[in-house]
Design a protein around this ligand. Structure first.
Ligand code: HEM
Length: 155
């Protein structure tokens, strides 16, 4: 009994962590979207870079919690490994990660120097953030589908 209730607690904790990190990722990307303009001071870029660090950290812990839900707690790993909706969710997560590279590199490169100097923001930076937001709205839908077993193709 003791070990099964601690396993249950671990599962609840990992699911909670998964949710909190989704909030972290989404709130960081929404904040970046709201703060981005076609021209920004280095000071503003430095602030965006700190928000971007919140995104990066949340995404890493989200990945860790997701891997734990896949391989350690909850349903058996094959429940997810043999589900194409889950693989689509993973692919979208990877695409969001790739899309975030360009904005991250821009923020890091441009944050240092004269705090009041104005910098032109490339259109691609804003476009990447917008595409991240779009993809992020699809992911919870895929998650609830796969949790129900929709997309399972057996072994
Ligand atoms: C932005 C990224 C992500 C979002 C928005 C997201 C969203 C969600 C949501 C809403 C659930 C709850 C589903 C439910 O209980 O009905 C969930 C569960 C889950 N997620 Fe994610 N997730 C993300 C990333 C990941 C990653 C990267 C992985 C794997 C490495 C992962 C693996 C899982 C697993 C295994 C579950 C458990 C599903 C179940 O209860 O059967 N997630 N996710």
């Amino acid at each position: 009994m003791g070990s099964s209730s601690s396993t249950m607690f671990l599962e609840i904790f990992v699911k909670y962590l998964h949710f909190i990190c989704v909030f972290g990722v989404v709130s960081a990307v929404v904040s970046e979207h709201l703060l981005l303009k076609s021209e920004l001071s280095r000071k503003e870029i430095s602030r965006l870079s700190r928000i971007d660090a919140v995104y990066g950290l949340s995404a890493l812990v989200l990945l860790g919690a997701g891997l734990a839900l896949w391989f350690v707690v909850g349903k058996p790993a094959s429940y997810y490994s043999h589900n194409w909706v889950f693989h689509l969710k993973l692919t979208l997560f990877a695409i969001v990660g790739l899309l975030s590279i360009y904005p991250t590199v821009f923020f890091i490169k441009q944050r240092k120097g004269d705090a009041h100097q104005m910098i032109q923001v490339p259109k691609g930076v804003i476009l990447c953030i917008r595409m991240e937001l779009l993809i992020l709205t699809i992911m919870p839908f895929l998650a609830v589908l796969m949790a129900k077993g929709i997309g399972y193709f057996g072994n």
